[in-house]
Design a protein around this ligand. Structure first.
Ligand code: SAH
Length: 210
């Protein structure tokens, strides 16, 4: 039996248009209170973005659900790369839904904490890399899915290159306070590009940071 706070959040997400029950189930399984700053634990099951330290934020549950749904819309995925591990919350949700995740983060302390949280939850299908998301993770590609949880000024070429044929890239793009959420699919002979929602993410910055 899922508790009341969880149930209320799931109802809100359904009302906002989230349809994939696997995605909703995954959100229900991940204790979001373990991923936010202690001072905000009481708000963990509200449909809001919250601080995770280092000037970064954990996305709204709606956005996590929306991006997961977009990634999985065309069927199950075995290899997914994530750019912007942050707290590891989106990672934990996706780890219930895809076979393997390769997650890249530029801020070491955030990555270390995310790693600990996923181990505590016994989610073991995730590999972490401390590095620059603009470069992706070429050695382990190509990927069937790539999700970027920070706003890029333009679509990073390396990520396009590391997408498998048929692969899907979900990424917020734009330099202003709001950005466009794009879905890019790699076809046999190029890329198709779909503009979806107006969104608000922290920027995708350059280079790793200790
Ligand atoms: N999805 C995360 C929230 C991400 S916030 C969660 O569920 O908690 C955006 C994250 O992207 C931050 O942790 C930030 O440090 C990271 N980031 C920004 N630029 C980056 C880059 N070039 N490479 C890798 N990570 C980056």
């Amino acid at each position: 039996m899922v508790n009341k706070r969880v149930q209320t959040l799931l109802e809100q997400l359904r009302a906002q248009g989230i349809r994939d029950e696997h995605v909703l189930e995954a959100l229900a399984q991940v204790p979001r209170e373990k991923f936010v700053d202690e001072a905000f634990e009481h708000k963990a099951w509200e449909n809001v973005a919250l601080p995770i330290g280092q000037g970064q934020t954990i996305s709204q549950p709606y956005m996590v659900a929306r991006m997961s749904e977009l990634l999985l819309e065309d069927g199950p995925l075995d290899k997914v790369m994530e750019i912007g591990t942050g707290s590891g919350y989106q990672t934990a949700v996706l780890s219930q839904l895809v076979e393997r995740i390769f997650s890249v983060e530029r801020i070491k302390v955030l990555q270390d904490r995310a790693k600990e949280r996923l181990l505590e939850l016994n989610l073991r299908n995730v590999v972490f890399r401390w590095g620059d998301g603009w470069e992706g993770w070429n050695a382990l590609g190509p990927y069937n899915g790539i999700i970027v949880t920070a706003a890029a000024s333009e679509v990073p070429q390396a990520l396009l290159d590391q997408l498998a044929i048929g692969g899907r890239l979900v990424i917020p793009v734009g330099a202003g306070e709001t950005q466009e959420l794009l879905l890019i699919v790699r076809e046999e002979d190029g890329y198709s590009r779909h503009v979806l929602d107006l969104v608000r993410f922290v920027p995708l910055l350059n280079g790793p940071l200790a």
